[in-house]
Write a protein that binds this ligand. Structure first.
Ligand SMILES: O=P(O)(O)OC[C@H](O)CO
Length: 429
């Protein structure tokens, strides 16, 4: 009969679609946008590939899980934050996407050069850029206008001056509204080093011939200046309380009790949605520590890594998925729904992008800032970067608690991070 014959004649195909698992760390609005992109992929590849996405919590949580997996491949694709790059390369668990770029003759010039530069090590593109960000300064434009402030701050001197004008103190001395607020977030520390044109670690910021063996921010003067700014903000009551988390700072901004916050481009859409018409959101470049700092911001956010599972079919399917996620249409959608850059240059030509930017010019500021930052500020590579960020935050917290002074905090950071680099290098290199 026909059916039996057809079965016999059919090539040895798998029974169903190739299933691959995608670990990600996007919550809230950004998580919803990501989910709908994956759903769209699954629809287009119906019967051929099925991507199962699994939210793993924060970047830190997710990263700790993949570290703990010890190469057991719990997923085919993993989204990892910027600072996990060196670790992922060292792990031996991943396949550089460069292999597929070459095999598929994929035109890499489609990716924003600054963004590709971050994930390119030894002329090899290791992961697929996907959710790229930089830090910005968000401000309450309505409050600025009401206070007659027309200047947009570009450095901390400006911030101090403007914050003072925006601060409202109740008759009992308590503060009703702060001009500025800042979460204890090590990412900002990293970014300010770059903004000063300095390096976080030695050996060309970990991008030289040799691996980083120590931090450099304690020797180049950059770290101390940053810690001193943090210290001043605390001592002079410029920010509500120093040891608040980044999410607390965002909540305070949304409520109107803080008028300016540094935060990622990744928060743009969710801030716009949360603030609604309570006030107008202004967006400016990430402020520099000193007025004349001549550096740039570096690419933050995350990228997508292909795990080297040894399963050819699943790796091929992963590559199809990666290409889809960075296609111009998908990146325009992703940008408009989140605030992350479109990592693909051609996304700017899509109607989705053009309509969004016409409606919300704030999205353009982030893109301009990225373009005005040279790839040389593409940020440090450090195996223990995740731990290093935590150490920086620990000492900022201790500074807030007055357990250490600025110099003490800086010395502590450098000492603890150097120790952890040393231990890692001994074991791994
Ligand atoms: O909040 P994101 O995604 O912009 O990421 C910020 C930092 O780069 C994470 O390390």
């Amino acid at each position: 009969g026909g059916a039996a014959e057809a079965t016999k004649a059919a090539p040895a195909k798998p029974a169903g679609p190739v299933e691959i698992t995608f670990w990600h760390a996007m919550g809230g609005v950004n998580g919803e946008a990501l989910a709908s992109m994956v759903d769209e992929f699954n629809k287009q590849y119906d019967g051929k590939i099925k991507v199962k996405y699994e939210f793993q919590g924060s970047y830190d949580d997710e990263f700790a899980k993949i570290q703990a997996s010890g190469g057991n491949y719990p997923c085919d694709i993993i989204q990892v934050y910027d600072i996990g790059t060196r670790y992922m390369i060292d792990s031996g668990w991943i396949l550089p996407v460069q292999e597929y770029v070459a095999k598929d003759k994929y035109d890499i010039s489609q990716i924003e050069p600054n963004i590709a530069a971050y994930y390119t090590v030894d002329n090899t593109l290791y992961s697929m850029p996907f959710n790229s960000s930089t830090p910005l300064l968000y401000y309450n434009k309505t409050a600025f206008e009401e206070a007659g402030i027309t200047k947009v701050p570009t450095c901390f001197e400006d911030i101090y001056e403007i914050a003072e004008k925006l601060k409202i103190v109740n008759p009992d001395g308590s503060v009703k509204r702060y001009g500025y607020g800042m979460g204890n977030y090590g990412w900002f520390f990293e970014q300010w080093i770059g903004k000063m044109g300095l390096h976080y670690v030695n050996n060309n910021n970990g991008r030289g011939k040799d691996y980083a063996t120590a931090v450099e921010f304690d020797k180049n003067g950059g770290g101390l200046q940053i810690v001193k700014v943090w210290d001043k903000i605390l001592k002079e009551g410029i920010s509500p309380y120093l040891n608040m988390g980044n999410d607390d700072a965002k909540a305070a901004f949304i409520s109107g009790s803080v008028c300016m916050i540094p935060e990622s481009t990744a928060a743009l859409k969710s801030l716009l949605l949360n603030v609604g018409d309570k006030f107008e959101i202004g967006v400016a470049y990430f402020p520099s520590i000193n007025r004349n700092d001549k550096g740039g911001v570096s690419v933050g956010g995350g990228s997508l890594w292909m795990m080297d599972t040894g399963k050819q079919e699943r790796k091929d399917a992963t590559w199809e998925f990666l290409k889809f996620m960075v296609s111009p249409e998908m990146q325009a959608f992703w940008n408009a729904k989140t605030g992350y850059f479109p990592v693909t240059v051609a996304a700017a030509q899509t109607a989705t992008f053009k309509e969004n930017i016409a409606k919300y010019p704030q999205f353009q500021v982030a893109i301009d800032q990225l373009h005005s930052s040279a790839p040389q500020y593409s940020g440090a590579l450090l195996s223990v970067f995740s731990e290093a960020r935590q150490i920086v935050q620990n000492y900022i917290a201790r500074l807030a608690n007055k357990e250490v002074d600025a110099q003490g905090a800086l010395n502590g950071m450098a000492k603890d991070i150097n120790k952890s680099i040393e231990t890692y290098n001994l074991v791994n290199y």
